[in-house]
Design a protein around this ligand. Sequence first.
Ligand code: FES
Length: 105
Amino acid sequence: MKVTFRYQDGTSETFEGSLGDTLMDVALDNGVQGILAQCGGGCTCCTCHCWVDDGWFDRLNPLRAEEDELLTYAWGRRTNSRLSCQIRLNEDLDGLSVEVPENQG
Ligand code: FES
């Protein structure tokens, strides 16, 4: 399944992810600039923050309280902010597209 990362310079990259991967996994596997993921997916650092593109946000697993609290520390939090380590790929997310912030805190 394909996921696209859009960057602040207007470019984007699309990569292949596997069912059950997190979006963070795909970013790290492919060296996506701007997704630091310093805690390795433990939901304790918020350096894997991204903005989810229109049409995709409502298809994601719901925001849990732990993630919501951590996002308060994210640089540039928006209503479509999520932590990429908390987005697990499933069949409904083929084609998922997100924007990578210019900063991670
Ligand atoms: S990788 Fe640390 S919160 Fe997502």
